[in-house]
Write a protein that binds this ligand. Structure first.
Ligand code: R5P
Length: 309
């Protein structure tokens, strides 16, 4: 039976593209708020017997969570065979430890909450640092799409002589994958975060790559301070302007302008979160991953794939 893709608000274009790419169909639903702020969800396309796929990039997770859970339970209730979640950006992964006493480890709670309502999850480059894989906190099958091949191809077409730089130890995994895909050298910088908006970067010796264009690669750009600190130190070392490249354009309010003012050569992101800086399309890779999850003939292969996240 054809899979039906249901979009949470602001995810309609993505859901339509994914439905086409994964050989499904776009479903219709109504999600809105009552005047008092409580959520209303109505499913208009009957999901009975079908794989239902909720499409919701989780840039604003607090707003989306209640309608998402109501929709997932509603779809189960209406007879969907399975209910999956496609979240190109998966929120609440950075608080993966208690960094200061008393802090709640939100990544764990968020994962448990989603996992009690959906049967599987597909995402793009989740922020995995202290967790080896999503399996550490998500008991449901998960599949991870890596943006590195698409990013590497973009760099190959748009940046002459690139030098890939990861702005901190956590970015190593993405920077190294991108460097391999782009066939470029890679260096990892050292970062000290002294506060939300206060970041200190240490840059390695520039001499070896002075003739190259620095390309800062990170999974998330949020306040932009990590990229800004790296841009400043590269400039002080006499390097050319850096291209800033991130998988997820999280961008806190005003952050893109502040980053642009720091003078990067260009700011580029993938379209896991809609933003003016999107230049790299991950929808085809995402559609392939969803198709693999949905295809009954590949159940065994899927089991392996799903737990490779
Ligand atoms: C953290 O480890 C992430 O990989 C990013 O470096 C971080 O989230 C970027 O945040 P910001 O843009 O606020 O510096």
């Amino acid at each position: 039976m054809t899979a039906i893709f249901y979009a949470l608000p602001a995810n309609d274009v993505l859901a339509e593209r994914l439905a086409i790419g994964a050989d499904g169909e776009a479903g219709s639903l109504c999600v809105r708020n009552f005047p008092d702020g409580e959520s209303f969800v109505r499913v208009d396309t009957d999901p009975s017997g079908a794989d239902a796929v909720i499409v919701a990039t989780l840039r604003h997770p607090n707003e989306l969570l209640a309608p998402l859970l109501f929709l997932a339970d509603g779809l189960h209730d209406l007879g969907a065979h399975r209910v999956g979640l496609v979240a190109p950006y998966l929120a609440y992964l950075r608080q993966d430890a208690r960094f200061n006493s008393g802090e709640a480890i939100t990544s764990r709670t968020f994962a448990q909450l989603l996992s009690t309502h959906v049967d599987w999850l597909v995402t793009v480059d989740p922020h995995l640092h202290r967790y080896a894989s999503l399996d550490a906190i998500y008991p449901i099958p998960t599949s991870v799409v890596h943006a590195a091949p698409s990013i590497g191809a973009w760099i190959g077409q748009h940046v002459a002589n690139p030098w890939i730089l990861g702005p901190d130890a956590e970015s190593r995994q993405w920077a190294e994958q991108v460097a391999a895909a782009a066939g470029a050298p890679v260096s990892i910088l050292s970062k000290t975060r002294r506060g939300d908006d206060d970041v200190l970067e240490t840059i390695p010796a520039l001499e070896a790559h002075r003739d190259r264009t620095p390309v800062l690669v990170d999974d998330i750009v949020s306040t932009g301070q990590t990229m800004i600190a790296a841009i400043r130190h590269l400039r002080e070392g006499g390097a050319p302007s850096a291209v800033c490249l991130a998988v997820h354009a999280v961008f806190a309010p005003g952050a893109h302008d502040v980053l642009a003012a720091a003078g990067p050569a260009r700011i580029v992101t993938t379209n896991t979160i809609p933003h003016a800086s999107n230049a790299i399309d991950i929808v085809p890779a995402l559609a392939d991953a969803i198709r693999a999850v949905l295809t009954p003939a590949t159940v065994e292969a899927r089991g392996q794939l799903l737990h490779a996240g």
